[in-house]
Design a protein around this ligand. Structure first.
Ligand code: ADP
Length: 299
């Protein structure tokens, strides 16, 4: 599969520019779309799944222009929206059965096989008779991905699926997504949580204020912060001073000093602290990108 996004812009009625000339090409595998709240991620995802029309620009799926082939492209897509809701009166299996009916699977037997397979895939088989709205937050999210997988989509779009999940459920969810990429599919995962852009993403992008800031592999992204992260020891009474001048990522108290991990943009001026270089990670790179653009980082 190939998803080509070309010069995509979206201006909402009222004038808010949510996307500005965004272009990228996405291939098979897991694509992580990272950005703080309000960056434009949901807008991009809604355009991808044909729920929203762009103001300008277009998307091509295997060379087919989305604006001319909405129906065909729609049939290739599975979508888990950010605010996914269940019908309160349906059991877990009934919900999937209903979703399969909506997707056009008319044979009851075929639906039943499909539902059982989905339930196994997302580890909800043992909970199939529980009412969907009585599942835990993580289980609901897994049911959400199961409904997105009905009809074997080639492009799976999941919008902020890990928000509010505990770390264990987050990992579980990511593992389900990365298992999917063993088939020839594209999984587009949007998130404001750096930890979601794990090594399972073979491609990633960073967007902020509707602008594409980075496109490449997670390791290229990390590489951008090379030479910008330092470890220094400072006396207790110097801590405040350093915090005012630099972005302190971590501070570990020692007996008579702090060991700090500090991110610097441009001239570092840390020589008097005898800085030691630190190999950057994804979080460092994210802070580096956001700081170098003078944006506020959101939790
Ligand atoms: P994200 O998913 O990264 O949090 P969104 O795509 O939801 O970002 O929003 C991008 C920007 O567009 C935000 O400033 C948001 O307030 C604005 N926005 C989103 N939806 C609408 C809408 N329907 N009408 C007007 N502005 C919107």
């Amino acid at each position: 599969m190939e998803l080509q996004i070309k010069n995509l812009s979206k201006i909402y009625p009222g004038g808010k520019k949510a996307l500005n000339e965004v272009s990228m090409t996405i291939h098979d595998g897991m694509f992580g779309l990272l950005g703080p709240n309000g960056a434009g991620k949901s807008t991009l995802m809604k355009i991808l799944v044909t729920l929203l029309k762009p103001s300008s620009g277009d998307i091509f799926v295997n060379g087919q222009q989305l604006s001319d082939h909405r129906k065909e492209v729609r049939s290739l897509i599975g979508y888990l929206p950010q605010d996914f809701r269940f019908f309160p009166k349906l059991k877990t299996w009934e919900f999937l059965d209903y979703a399969a009916s909506l997707a056009g699977v008319s044979s009851k037997k075929e639906r039943s096989l499909m539902v059982d397979k989905m339930l196994e895939e997302v580890a909800l088989y043992d909970f199939r008779n529980r009412f969907a709205n009585k599942l835990s937050g993580g289980m609901k999210r897994r049911l959400g991905i199961a409904q997105a997988l009905i009809g074997n989509p080639k492009i799976i779009v999941v919008d902020e699926p890990t928000t509010g999940l505990d770390p264990e459920e987050r990992i579980r969810f990511r593992n389900i997504l990365s298992r999917l990429t063993k088939n020839e599919v594209i999984v587009v995962l949007s998130t404001h949580i750096v930890g979601d852009i794990s090594s399972s993403c073979n491609q990633m992008a960073l967007i902020n204020s509707g602008e594409l800031q980075f496109l490449g592999t997670p390791s290229d992204f990390v590489g951008k912060a090379d030479g910008h992260v330092w470890s220094i020891d400072v006396a207790f009474d110097e801590l405040q001073n350093v915090k005012e001048q630099y972005h302190v990522i971590t501070s570990i108290p020692n007996v008579d000093s702090y060991t700090l991990e500090v991110l610097t943009i441009g001239e570092n001026g840390l020589a008097k602290y005898n800085p030691k270089p630190v190999a950057p990670n994804l979080e460092h790179a994210y802070v580096y990108f956001m700081e170098s653009q003078n944006f506020v980082i959101q939790e």
